[in-house]
Design a binder for this molecule. Structure first.
Ligand SMILES: *[C@@H]1O[C@H](CO)[C@@H](O)[C@H](O)[C@H]1NC(C)=O
Ligand SMILES: *[C@@H]1O[C@H](CO)[C@@H](O)[C@H](O)[C@H]1NC(C)=O
Ligand SMILES: *[C@@H]1O[C@H](CO)[C@@H](O)[C@H](O)[C@H]1NC(C)=O
Ligand SMILES: *[C@@H]1O[C@H](CO)[C@@H](O)[C@H](O)[C@H]1NC(C)=O
Ligand SMILES: *[C@@H]1O[C@H](CO)[C@@H](O)[C@H](O)[C@H]1NC(C)=O
Length: 272
């Protein structure tokens, strides 16, 4: 938990809420990264809100070297201009089935981007997806994730290297010590229990927990839901308005970002 130790030194400088936005930016950046403009506009409009933005060219870095697609270079370097943004490289682990060396090779690629001279495309941390959840997790799987986390902290050349584990459901409690953030909930709004979900988080780990809610609608009271998270010390959140592919719906999660919705979320996080 390298970053938490560093953050605690400057806690006096933090805004009243420590809740931050964990945004899965899985949409293709488009020409000159124009499809990411709503995101950068919202980031600029809410400079006291902290954003961790997950970069995911193709279920991973999609290259063994620098990005070959200049739209990603433009998009990532635009994000890196904001002091309230940390970029995270998306890495999948296939519930610990993916060979260890394949995962570390993805981390190596993201770490390598810091040496690109044409623009600042350095990646600040790592987002591990498809992390094994808490049920029946053997010790070997715990070691797999502990080792990967240590590898990321070591390789990614940023002063603060957030490591995020995403089981999308309650994670292995022992793994909280190997990450900064655990996504404890990634499900439709209809399954979200508000305070009940928050109270079910492992004791003492709310501040490391992230609650990602999709299938929100214009009628969703984001302000109230975020307030409950904030006063109960939840670490991070995101609200998405799409419907996930794996539910057989046509639109998909995290592939369209409306400025209106991003500002609504940022205002709620800022208000705490
Ligand atoms: C690149 O951007 C990151 C994130 O904002 C920042 O921490 C780093 O200092 C920047 N690197 C350079 C060389 O400007
Ligand atoms: C792991 O990487 C090797 C070398 O690139 C590749 O041949 C293999 O298919 C990968 N395995 C998985 C499960 O992704
Ligand atoms: C994890 O790291 C330990 C110590 O370096 C090593 O002995 C072990 O083989 C590693 N396990 C995996 C799954 O990589
Ligand atoms: C998501 O929203 C759509 C449209 O509002 C609805 O038809 C669907 O049942 C919802 N899915 C879940 C899992 O809540
Ligand atoms: C940006 O946000 C506006 C207003 O919310 C929306 O209409 C537009 O489709 C969004 N553009 C992109 C590229 O997501």
């Amino acid at each position: 938990m390298k970053s938490l130790q560093i953050l605690s030194l400057c806690s006096l400088a933090l805004p009243t809420t420590s809740l931050f936005v964990l945004l899965p930016l899985y949409v293709y950046p488009g020409p000159s990264a124009s499809a990411w403009n709503n995101v950068t506009t919202a980031i600029a409009a809410y400079p006291t809100v902290q954003w961790q933005i997950i970069i995911n060219p193709n279920s991973g870095p999609d290259t063994t070297s620098y990005p070959t697609d200049s739209n990603f270079i433009t998009g990532i370097s635009n994000l890196n201009k904001y002091p309230n943004v940390i970029t995270l490289g998306y890495v999948r682990t296939t519930y610990a089935q993916r060979p260890y060396a394949n995962v570390t090779s993805d981390i190596d690629v993201y770490a390598y981007w810091a040496s690109y001279s044409g623009a600042n495309i350095s990646i600040g941390g790592i987002f591990f997806d498809e992390v094994t959840g808490e049920d029946n997790t053997p010790a070997s799987i715990q070691t797999y994730y502990e080792n990967l986390s240590a590898y990321a902290y070591d390789k990614v050349p940023s002063t603060v290297t957030p490591v995020v584990f995403n089981p999308g459901s309650p994670g292995l409690p022992a793994l909280f010590d190997s990450c900064d953030t655990m996504v404890e909930f990634e499900s439709p709004l209809s399954s979200y229990g508000g305070l009940k979900t928050i109270q079910a988080l492992p004791a003492g780990y709310a501040d490391q927990s992230s609650l990602i809610i999709y299938n929100a609608t214009a009628a969703t009271n984001v302000k109230s839901l975020v307030h409950t998270m904030s006063v109960n010390g939840v670490g991070s959140t995101f609200f998405d308005y799409g419907v996930c592919f794996y539910q057989g719906q046509p639109t998909g999660c995290y592939n369209t970002f409306s400025l209106t919705n991003l500002k609504l979320l940022a205002a709620a996080v800022q208000a705490g």
